[in-house]
Design a protein around this ligand. Structure first.
Ligand code: GLN
Length: 290
């Protein structure tokens, strides 16, 4: 979209950008072009259709061009927009945190289902909290619970804190920096522990989509040699942090459910079960402390 004689209308920019994205093999070329342009113009996508003939100002065109270039380098759309919806909430995200994925809503569903009998009072510890999406989604559904999000990354916690402020989940929410349980006080216990830990086997990280491997924090992805290093540590340590009858719920890679179930049983958990995500993968394993 360099020097061209015609006017760059919304319609024309969208056609051009989606064609460019299509040729580069991006997954949803038209949708991505619309999202980026709507972001540049500060409007809803519907407005792009209503105002299809509106010409873009030079500054708008310049900003759109910069976003197209970043997207060509496979920077995730969520980072370009600075947001991603999760659990119907609008999360702020950037390269300091993993982009919240729809798969992870299965973890929130499982956590809610497992705690239905104590909807009013309880304490949640969300390990590897990242953007805070699991902790904040849960807080949204169980506003009277005490919520703790922990992460090894101080950068990630800044994002989580901002999200909690923006999404009104401030009351009763606290953020701790540390390696898994490290930052907790002695004897602190929880009715529920959730985690979406890094679980991709180290050797597979470099085979993930370029959007993921080149842009998302490796710390949030790399689960060690078999991907289960953190899962093992969480299963082993959760017992002394859970109240009797308390629940542990973990998100996993698409092919880890059976091994993770074995790990939970081996660590003394009962009522161990698996839950599928919307794509049909056994994405979540949970159990109760006996
Ligand atoms: N589901 C993510 C992916 O495969 C990985 C998330 C994680 O390791 N927790 O891209």
């Amino acid at each position: 979209m360099t020097a061209a004689p015609e006017v760059w209308s919304i319609r024309r920019v969208l056609e051009w950008a989606s064609q460019d994205f299509r040729e580069r093999g991006l997954p949803s070329p038209r949708l991505e072009a619309e999202l980026l342009l709507a972001h540049v113009l500060g409007v809803d996508r519907i407005r792009l259709i209503l105002d299809a003939e509106r010409p873009l100002a030079a500054a708008e065109l310049g900003r759109m061009r910069a976003l197209i270039q970043r997207r060509r380098a496979r920077e995730p759309v969520a980072y370009l927009l600075g947001r991603r919806e999760f659990w119907g909430l609008d999360f702020e995200v950037d390269g300091r945190v993993l982009v919240p994925r729809p798969d992870t809503e299965a973890l929130v569903e499982e956590a809610l289902e497992r705690t239905r009998d104590r909807s009013l009072h309880g304490r949640l510890l969300d390990l590897c909290t990242g953007s805070g999406c699991v902790a904040i989604a849960f807080a949204h559904e169980r506003p009277t619970w005490a919520i703790t999000g922990a992460d090894a990354s101080a950068d990630a916690l800044e994002v989580a804190r901002r999200n909690a402020l923006r999404l009104g989940a401030v009351w009763g929410v606290r953020w701790l920096r540390g390696d898994l349980w490290e930052a907790l006080g002695a004897g602190e216990r929880f009715e529920l522990v959730t985690a979406n830990p890094p679980y991709v086997p180290s050797a597979e990280v470099d085979q993930l989509e370029p959007d993921v491997r080149a842009w998302e924090p490796r710390l949030a992805l790399d689960g060690g040699s078999d991907g289960l290093v953190l899962v093992r540590r969480i299963a082993a340590g959760a017992r002394e942090r859970l109240t009797p009858g308390g629940t542990l719920a973990l998100e996993l890679h698409h092919d880890q459910a059976e091994r993770a179930e074995g790990l939970l049983r081996g660590a003394g958990f009962v009522e161990v079960r698996r839950r599928r995500d919307f794509a049909g993968h056994e994405r979540v394993v949970s159990g109760r402390r006996a």
